[in-house]
Design a protein around this ligand. Structure first.
Ligand SMILES: *Cc1c(COP(=O)(O)O)cnc(C)c1O
Length: 173
């Protein structure tokens, strides 16, 4: 079931779009089914849940943090995640930077902007504006917007990462 849904969605996505399977509350087996069907990135909202799933699945996929990250969880998050999509303060960025230095790791991060469905266009405009600034050491490459019920619109508005849970795994209990 999960595998069929994943295949369907992957086939419907333009090739430049990265699908993040939003796996909160799902079991490692559900995630593994999604991976068999072609999912390459698992997204998690909670570090502890990610740790448990990571222990089973490991590095056969990439791991994105998509939930709010508390500063006191960064130490545990850095070794697991390949990208943190939710940097919402300078202080958080600084803690990530410090912990990454200890790990000899460079963490790709996305800046989180508070927006909702009608605001995809505004978010894209902000993205472009920052890109045009050509800020040193800033690469504006990924725009992560859209979930199960909005990812098509988000892609039309310029998203190249979509985070889908319900539509892959079914409704959450
Ligand atoms: C749960 C979640 C998603 C996926 O939502 P669905 O509606 O289940 O597709 C995407 N992004 C974030 C940050 C989430 O917490």
């Amino acid at each position: 079931m999960v595998e069929e849904l994943v295949r369907e969605i992957l086939q419907s996505l333009p090739p430049h779009i990265t699908l993040v399977a939003a796996a909160k509350t799902r079991t490692p087996d559900e995630a593994l089914a999604a991976i068999r069907a072609g999912v390459k990135v698992i997204g998690h909202n909670y570090v502890q849940e990610a740790e448990q799933m990571f222990a089973v699945i490991g590095r056969q996929v990439q791991w994105h943090m998509i939930g709010h990250l508390q500063r006191n969880k960064v130490k545990k998050a850095v070794p697991i995640f390949d990208m943190i999509e939710t940097v919402d303060s300078l202080q958080l960025a600084e803690v990530i930077d410090r912990v990454c230095e200890q790990h000899g790791k460079v963490m790709p991060v996305l800046i989180e902007i508070n927006s909702g469905r009608p605001y995809f266009r505004v978010t894209k405009e902000i993205f472009e504006k920052i890109r045009e600034e050509n800020l040193p050491d800033v690469e504006m490459k990924f725009l992560s917007m859209g979930m199960s019920n909005s990812y098509r619109v988000a892609i039309e508005e310029g998203a190249n990462i979509v985070r889908i849970g319900t539509k892959l795994f079914g409704p959450r209990e």
